[in-house]
Design a protein around this ligand. Sequence first.
Ligand code: AMP
Length: 307
Amino acid sequence: MASGQRDGAARTYSQTFSSAQMQVFGDIQPCRAAIEEAKRQGKLVGLVPTMGALHAGHLSLIRAARRQCDRVAATIFVNPTQFGPNEDFQAYPRPMDADLEACRREQVDWVFTPSVECMYPADSKTSVHVRDLTSGLCGPFRPGHFDGVATVVAKLFNILPADAAFFGEKDYQQLQVIKRMAADLNFPIEIVACPTVREPDGLAMSSRNAYLSPKQREQAANLSRALFTAAEAVRRGETNVAKLQSMMRDLIQSAGPNQIDYIEIVHPQSLARLTRVEGPARICLAVRIGACRLIDNVPVEPTRLTG
Ligand code: AMP
């Protein structure tokens, strides 16, 4: 069977660089059984959920899981329930062969690549909603998105009973939603946050960056510049959120045509909107450049004067 073809059963890929073997599962039961068997043997299992089109950001999650766990399971599933009707579900990149090769190189033990029908049988009726954390930032711009995320991640936690799951700070609101969901639903899994991996010019890596034209790609670098400039202004003593927002808006708009969905400074856990930065906070933004909607965020903390 050709590599990348889904046959529903486990496929074993020979490792070139290791004596271990990576198994690829399209079905739930054999995947769950492999993880349960490893856990019976006392192995710590790390889980890295992804939608594929793997880049260095995803690989940093896999490496963190490898460092902290004995076995690593990755999932590659473009989850339809987290895309709105006018979003890019059909167009989302799906380079399955290259993704499996990347997982193999990173010595992933198991890859779960279910079909949409496997994850959402026609008679499924349940979804998970996390209140409050989903009402701001991306929430109003992507109705239903975080329900889709929380639902698929809850299902993956049940299907792949790992000890720890690794998520990127790049999707900061998603990370907080997943932490809350895992705590509220008593999943016995540790949620590990991993820092954002950036291109040399600061642009946060994203599978969607591939949609950018060279000109838009240049423009996109201004998002992280604006975030870093604002974080520096906070370090130097600026606490007024309206001023910081205006500074970032000017920087981003000076780079060329784009549509700013939001620039917000929020509490790092509750995601409540702040008007002054008086403690640790998170600056988050979402900007549309052409057909591409980019999100990014950085932590900020005012310098405390002592003495
Ligand atoms: P996705 O495939 O976009 O759903 O992302 C899968 C996981 O990779 C999520 O936990 C993301 O937050 C994480 N991720 C995506 N981009 C980056 C990045 N640039 N740095 C670190 N983690 C990332």
